[in-house]
Design a protein around this ligand. Sequence first.
Ligand code: UP5
Ligand code: MG
Length: 172
Amino acid sequence: KSLATKKIVFVLGGPGSGKGTQSGKLVKEFGAVHLSAGDLLRAHMKSGTPDGQMVADMIANGRIVPSHVTVTLLKDAMEASDKSLFLIDGFPRNEENRAAFEKQVMMERLLGRQEGRTDDNIETIHKRFKVFTEQSLPVVEHYEALSKVARIDAHRDPEEVYREVRRLFEEL
Ligand code: UP5
Ligand code: MG
């Protein structure tokens, strides 16, 4: 099942703040799936994969594991489940984590598009993201500085997004 149809709650807080404890309670009451990024990384570290040692070193030093490793583990765990509510505990931990997770969602939408566009392949999509961030986002930021930009959360289904889009047009 695709990530786009899942409801995701990020459970964030400092070390020992009770992310795991509270998530466990939510699983019991709401049937959510609890995915602790730290637990997934610790299991990965022991799995004997080539980057296992790198993950072990990062964790031993309390550093943040590169996003591509964590995002892949989370994505695989979510796709393996038929549940729709996920508690992602301890992730995202920095801007790179957040951007990598969002990129994964956009990647999935583009790869899922049925039109067969020549630029909808993994390699070109990575390039399209890079160009967007480096060249196109500054245009948006320019207009944002002039208070001419409306930001809309696109992590929802098209009808929900449209409810917000149309409100902007009503105000024009
Ligand atoms: N406890 C809980 N609630 C309590 C309360 N209200 N009053 C009194 N005691 C309470 O709780 C910790 C302890 O406190 C328990 O004994 C509990 O009974 C008690 P817990 O629920 O386990 O807290 P939690 O917030 O889950 O603490 P945890 O240690 O798991 O937090 P961390 O953020 O440190 O650990 P995590 O596993 O998320 O990450 C570990 C490492 O993995 C990171 O340092 C990093 O190196 C790596 N990592 C990444 O690189 N990327 C990621 O995306 C995720 C992790
Ligand atoms: Mg924990």
